[in-house]
Design a binder for this molecule. Structure first.
Ligand SMILES: C[S@@+](CC[C@H](N)C(=O)[O-])C[C@H]1O[C@@H](n2cnc3c(N)ncnc32)[C@H](O)[C@@H]1O
Length: 431
């Protein structure tokens, strides 16, 4: 017998509350529920996590005494119950009864009355409970992150919070080797898929509703790939030229590597590196579907493997590991798992990656530094520190029509129905 959707969601979410990423916690449960309920299972997990700091603050008001750590599953189910009442169109009575029913599958009968009482009290007192939330809880962000974003983006913070709490749009990158964006929009129209051109990247198409990729015209022959519009700016900014040798130093799963190859079929070579050999398999799969070729290598960008010779690349893309604060809507477990103390560690790692790669660049070459963070510590400050320590590096400050100017680069901020939050800085090496 398949597991009930709410019990499955509670157990996946309990794993996240215990420190596991949603990418690891959810897949085993997707196979245990009725296939028709997979969409709801995903919605319950993603939706609850996107609202988690807010739901936690409401739950704290409703619990007479704290739940024990070993009852993370009950806690998760209560949060899922509140999410359904607050953020979905599921009728209140159906949400309450299905959630209370799910307690049976968690094998914690003592929690049945508690779940019923808490959800019903929420329905009676929701206005008062909501009024008592502080600003960070209302914005559904952890306090430390709320403070940082308010401080660093005072005028934009409300929009940033709103974007982080919504589902991201499904955006496509149209493969200009195979079809123009205008023709592909026409194909989508014929297929009954409503879409419009992206506003930032030249090959981007934004779908009004997400669809299964199997429904996309020409997906299997590589006419389109799923990639956020902000991410599509990487290859456009790198602007690969014929005959160049390019390194994509943190390349998995390969979205940006494939875009570079689509933009410039006459490259001498694209070397796609990643520290994680398993993730590098995803690059192979993407290259195969798009019939593209690259040299794949497992390696640490901070201490590049000896086979990558000094001064051998015309251009390097560093899509650095980061806090993912600019893509929270896609990875809402960041709200639970990320700690403020991670940020200086990530910044140190990002700086050591830049330092490790710089000697591989030819004199006169260019390096594009990218993160999916919107925090200054991982962006302008890393670039500034690198420039202080590297006499032959300079920041390319050419005018750009997109994003927000920062002291050492440009920032795309996440937008509801728009791009993710990515940072870019182009560094030039002197001749
Ligand atoms: C933001 S993701 C890259 C996404 C990719 N560029 C794309 O567009 O599909 C960052 C990647 O950096 C890799 N990574 C982390 N530390 C690294 C290091 N020291 N050297 C090389 N790769 C690293 C991670 O395994 C991860 O795949």
């Amino acid at each position: 017998m398949s597991t009930g959707t709410r019990a499955a969601a509670a157990q996946a979410l309990a794993s996240v509350l215990s420190g596991k990423s949603l990418n690891r916690a959810l897949p085993p449960w997707l196979t245990k529920v009725d296939p028709r309920d997979r969409g709801l299972l995903q919605q319950l997990c993603y939706g609850t996590l996107r609202q988690l700091p807010r739901l936690e603050a409401i739950l704290e008001q409703l619990l007479r005494k704290p739940l024990r750590d070993k009852d993370h599953d009950v806690r998760a189910l209560l949060l899922i119950g509140l999410y359904q009442l607050e953020g979905t169109r599921i009728p209140d009575h159906a949400a309450v009864s299905a959630t209370v029913e799910a307690i049976r599958e968690l094998k914690k009968p003592w929690a049945k009355g508690l779940t019923n009482a808490i959800l019903r009290r929420y329905l009676r007192e929701r206005d008062v409970l909501e009024q008592q939330l502080d600003a960070a809880a209302k914005a559904a962000h952890p306090q430390w992150l709320y403070n940082k974003l308010e401080k660093q983006w005072p005028a934009e913070a409300l929009g940033i919070f709103a974007a982080a709490n919504e589902q991201a749009p499904m955006t496509l990158r149209i493969n200009q080797q195979k079809v123009s964006r205008a023709s592909y929009l026409e194909k989508l129209n014929v297929a009954g898929i409503i879409a419009h051109p992206g506003e930032v990247a030249a090959q981007a198409v934004v779908l009004q509703q997400p669809v299964d990729v199997a429904e996309l015209p020409g997906f299997d022959i590589g006419e389109a790939s799923v990639q956020d519009e902000a991410a599509q700016m990487a290859a456009l900014l790198l602007a690969p030229r014929p005959g160049e040798r390019i390194l994509d130093a943190c390349s998995a799963p390969g979205g940006k590597a494939c875009h570079i190859l689509e933009l410039q079929p006459e490259l001498d070579e694209l070397v796609a590196m990643d520290i994680d050999g398993e993730r590098l398999h995803r690059v192979t799969e993407n290259l195969q579907r798009l019939q593209l070729q690259a040299t794949l290598i497992v390696g640490d960008a901070a201490t590049p493997p000896a086979e990558l010779e000094a001064e051998s690349f015309d251009a390097i893309l560093v899509d650095a590991p980061c806090s993912a604060i600019g893509v929270i809507r896609r990875h809402p477990d960041v709200k639970v798992l990320r700690r403020e103390s991670d940020i200086p560690q990530l910044a140190a790692q990002q700086l050591s990656i830049l330092k490790g790669l710089w000697s591989l660049l030819k004199p006169g070459g260019r390096l594009l530094y990218a993160t999916c963070s919107i925090l200054n510590e991982e962006n302008s400050r890393v670039v500034a520190r690198f420039l202080e320590q590297s006499g032959d590096a300079s920041l390319n400050t050419s005018e750009q029509p997109w994003g927000e100017p920062c002291s050492h680069g440009r920032q795309l901020l996440p937008q509801v129905d728009g791009p993710d939050g990515l940072f870019y800085a182009m560094l030039d090496k002197s001749r």
